[in-house]
Every structure is written in structure tokens, then in C-alpha cells.
Design a protein around this ligand. Structure first.
Ligand code: FAD
Length: 334
């Protein structure tokens, strides 16, 4: 039934299921985008139920203990051996079945790598349109989302019976842990999908640095840095001096100066830190799509006509190899 019904616009009738994603590195904790997705789910109005997926109840207990305190009305926990790594193929049918059987009006989750893998499959199984990267919600059927690499914002009204959407983390406040605990319903998962993909291994980059997605300060390096050694000897000391996370342009990642998990932009991470320092980055629209909502943008570039200066609050036209070490000395002396 794809017709628009008046009741679908009444927020009190809303019954939202929100996907709770745990970190690959620490299954007892949630990815930051999940907390923002919960806030967006609450904006719909009505009831918000969380859904946690995993291998078995014992291994999920720390995540359950945390998730039930995030202000949800209830928490579902579904487990099966095939769901240990929450791969999209076995997980999507479980979620689609829950959404259908539970009579949910909305299914929300983070616009994370996992969300981007699972949600389109659930949308396909439910035969509804996915609304991606939601930035604001003005009614239970009306959402805004970026288009043209963030250069325009589109307002979308969904006529689907079930609204399925992923949430842009940087535009929503994270849900906070409180004292109230949601009731928890733990069961073996039904309708587990085929194991078409196999989890082989994971390589986790351990870092003492703040996480790029949620750090208040980010220092990013671009192709102007010219080599991996120069990236390590300019960008890293500046990030250390500011207690910042490290980011990079796609050109810097493609040139091997930085790991691709650090890419900021349309096809990388979309972030909005308090302070974003762009070093040797020209400011292509695909890069701006990932950082232009930062509260304060500082750009260091030797080309006064570089487009990055059009979005920068503070611009320094200088050779980065002189300006950055100088800046580090001044910050350390302050
Ligand atoms: P350049 O454009 O080469 O800029 C280097 C800058 O360094 C120049 O402005 C130069 O003046 C300056 N410079 C050089 N030497 C010095 C010096 N000594 N001191 C100071 N400044 C110096 N890009 C992203 O970043 N993220 C994305 O997610 C992304 N996704 C894309 C998706 C698609 C579909 C496409 C087509 C492109 C995408 N790109 C993305 C690539 C993007 O278009 C640009 O090519 C890229 O952002 C350029 O990176 P850069 O600014 O580091 O390099």
C-alpha cells in the first residue's frame, strides 16, 4: 500500500524502529552516528524502539546495558550465530521481518558504512524508497537531505507506508545516557538471511587520537603536502599540538599519504567539528561536502585563489612547510 494517508502525518501515531549499531572495535559501545540517529528517530514523535543485532545474548550484554539507557521506549535484541558480524545479507531480512510484524511506521539508523549497506536491502525487501542522509525532519513524512554533493538541500515527502531513512550524524545532537531503563525483549532472530558473504578478518588501526567522526578539532592534509613523510612531519605535529583528529583529502589518500579511513568529503566522512584546519587542500566541492558545516574553518594554502578560502573563516596564504612548523611552535609556547 503506497498511498499517502492522513494518519501517517500524525506524529503521535508514529512507531519508530531505530537500528543500534555497535563499534567493530568495541561491541560494548555504539558508533557515534547511532546516538544521533536516536535523536532523529525521537523527532518523528510517538514511540521509539531500538534494535540490537548480534551473535548471542551473553556477548551482547554490555551493549544491551548501554543501549537501554539511551532514552528509548523499548529495546529489541535479536541474535543468531550468523549475525555475529552483522553482515548485510543475513541481517537485512531479520530487520525487514521485524519492521513488518511490529507494525512500525518508520525505520531509522545511522548513515554509516554499515547503515549504507543494510538499509537499501531492507528497503528492497519492504518495497519502499530509502531516504538517505536525513538532515532535518519537519513532519513524520517530510525530511531534508543533501543533494549535489551538499550544494543543495532537498525536501522530500514520502508517500510510502513505512518511512525508511538513514541519518546524517553531524546535523543531530547525540542521545545521552540517562537513568531510566527501557524494557528489553531478547529473542533468537527469525528470518535470518543467507550467508552469501563470509567474514574473514578485521584489521583495526589502534590510535590514541580522537575519532575523526566525532572529534571537536580536525587537522586535514591535502595533495599540497606532497609526500607521506611530509604528511607525517607537518600534519601530525599540528594535530598533536591541537589535540586534534587527522583527516585528509581524497588526493592525499589516493597518493598514499594517509589511510582511506581518514578521507573527508563526499565519498569519505562527513564531519562538522568546532575547528577544521585544511592544510594544502584546494577546496574541491567533493571535499567541501564533507567539512563545510564545521563551526570554524582555517585554511593554509599558498594559492590566494584556492576555493577553500571561499568557505574559510580564517585564511593564511603561505607555504605550508614554513607556516605549519611555525604554528606548532607558537601553539606549544602558548
Ligand atoms: P589539489 O586539488 O591538488 O590541491 C592541492 C592544494 O595544495 C592546492 O590548492 C595548492 O595551492 C596547495 N599547495 C601546494 N603546495 C603547497 C604548499 N607548499 N603550501 C601551501 N599550499 C600548497 N575529494 C575529497 O577530498 N574527498 C572526497 O570525498 C572526494 N570525493 C570525490 C568523489 C568524486 C565522485 C569525485 C569525482 C571526486 C572526489 N574528490 C574528493 C576529489 C576532488 O575532486 C579533488 O580532486 C580533491 O579533493 C583534491 O584534493 P586536494 O585539495 O588535496 O588536492
Amino acid at each position: 500500500q503506497r498511498c499517502f494517508s492522513a494518519s501517517s502525518r500524525r506524529s503521535a501515531d508514529a512507531n519508530v524502529l531505530c537500528f543500534i549499531e555497535t563499534k567493530v572495535t568495541d561491541k560494548s559501545d555504539m558508533v557515534p552516528g547511532t546516538l544521533n540517529a536516536i535523536t532523529a528517530a525521537k523527532k518523528i514523535g510517538g514511540k521509539v524502539t531500538g534494535i540490537l543485532i548480534g551473535k548471542d545474548e551473553a556477548s551482547m550484554q554490555p551493549a544491551i546495558d548501554k543501549a537501554k539507557k539511551l532514552g528509548l521506549d523499548s529495546l529489541l535484541v535479536r541474535y543468531a550465530p550468523a549475525l555475529e558480524h552483522v553482515l548485510a545479507e543475513p541481517t537485512a531480512p531479520v530487520l525487514a521481518e521485524l519492521v513488518k510484524k511490529g507494525g512500525y511506521t518508520h525505520f531509522a539508523g545511522p548513515h554509516s558504512a554499515l547503515g549504507k549497506n543494510i538499509f537499501p536491502r531492507v528497503a528492497g525487501l519492504l518495497d519502499v524508497q530509502q531516504i538517505s542522509d536525513v538532515m532535518s525532519i519537519s513532519a513524520p513524512d517530510t525530511f531534508t537531505r543533501p543533494v549535489y554533493a551538499g550544494n543543495a538541500i532537498s525536501t522530500v515527502r514520502s508517500k510510502d507506508a513505512i518511512k525508511l531513512f538513514t541519518v546524517r550524524a553531524s546535523t543531530w545532537e547525540p542521545a545521552q545516557e540517562g537513568d531510566k531503563e527501557a524494557p528489553v525483549d531478547v529473542k533468537e532472530a527469525e528470518n535470518v538471511g543467507p550467508e552469501q558473504a563470509t567474514w574473514i578478518s578485521e584489521e583495526i588501526v589502534k590510535s590514541e587520537r580522537p575519532d575523526l567522526s566525532s572529534a571537536p578539532i580536525v587537522v586535514s592534509g591535502g595533495r599540497g603536502v606532497k609526500s607521506k613523510d611530509a604528511f607525517d612531519s607537518t600534519i601530525i605535529p599540528l594535530a598533536d599540538a591541537l589535540g586534534a583528529a587527522i583527516g585528509a583529502s581524497r588526493a592525499a589518500v589516493d597518493s598514499g599519504y594517509a589511510d582511506n579511513s581518514l578521507q573527508v568529503g563526499q565519498t569519505g566522512k562527513v564531519i562538522a567539528p568546532e575547528l577544521y584546519v585544511a592544510v594544502g587542500i584546494s577546496g574541491a566541492i567533493q571535499h567541501l561536502a564533507g567539512m563545510k558545516d564545521s563551526k570554524t574553518i582555517v585554511a593554509i594554502n599558498k594559492d590566494p585563489d584556492a576555493p577553500i578560502f571561499q568557505v574559510a573563516d580564517v585564511g593564511l596564504v603561505a607555504d605550508l612547510f614554513e607556516a605549519v612548523p611555525d604554528l606548532v611552535k607558537k601553539i606549544e609556547a602558548a
